[in-house]
Design a protein around this ligand. Sequence first.
Ligand code: OOG
Ligand code: MG
Length: 263
Amino acid sequence: MAWDYESVAAELLACEDEVRDREPISDEWPELASDVAGAYGIQDANLAKRLARGEKLIGVKLGLTSRAKQQRMGVDMPFVAWLTDAMILPAGDPVPQDRLIHPRIEPELVFVMKDRLEGPGVTAAQAMAAVGQVQGGGEVIDSRYKNFRFTAGDVIADNASSGAFSTGPIAVRPEDVDLSTEAVLVEVNGEIVDSATGAAVQGHPGEALALAANDLAKRGLAIEAGWIVLTGGITDAYFATPGTSIAFHFTNLGSVHFHSGDE
Ligand code: OOG
Ligand code: MG
């Protein structure tokens, strides 16, 4: 099969809809591995298909903004992807196993924007000034690639393994929390298995937000007021196989719980 951007976008969305994984597209189209601009073209075509079927664009997510994530996934480049309303997982709802391939869950610091933020040249301080609220959260990632094996181009094209996300019970103004020292404990089936602070995310999640604005500017896009921004997994992600309970406990931002359905 000779791939082009449109057919890759269609195939990745079909994998998602049919709940099946596949080998990375770059196995067949090696140039895609490092074609970042092309991969964003695929990501945008993927979004256009979501919008055409009625999903609403509600924000952006960052990927691979922490060393923990970069090392685990074997890709050392942060990137941006799209969030739609279909990805919202109301707090307390079980992880929707029937529509996910191999969900993994990771803790995130989440921003709700009060102002539009447009790059290039945005600094972390300017980025934070545009934030209305900060929340703890968790993202359910679900790569369309077997065993989460991918190159930078593959994962950007795949909307950064987007699946679902939940936000925590407490929302604070950004000036009321120190995000570099805000810690999260990761609990899996009652055991604390991991921890980190917000500093793991590019030194400060505001840096990740600035990075997103500056990256979107390359496509002539901006972060809009009211949008949600997931700033990237703070720690590694944990498999949410049926029967698994995962909770993220933040210092000031409360806890977010995920129940992965019955075994
Ligand atoms: C890519 C998505 C990464 C994050 O927060 O780093 C991501 C993956 O790990 O499959 O959402
Ligand atoms: Mg994430």
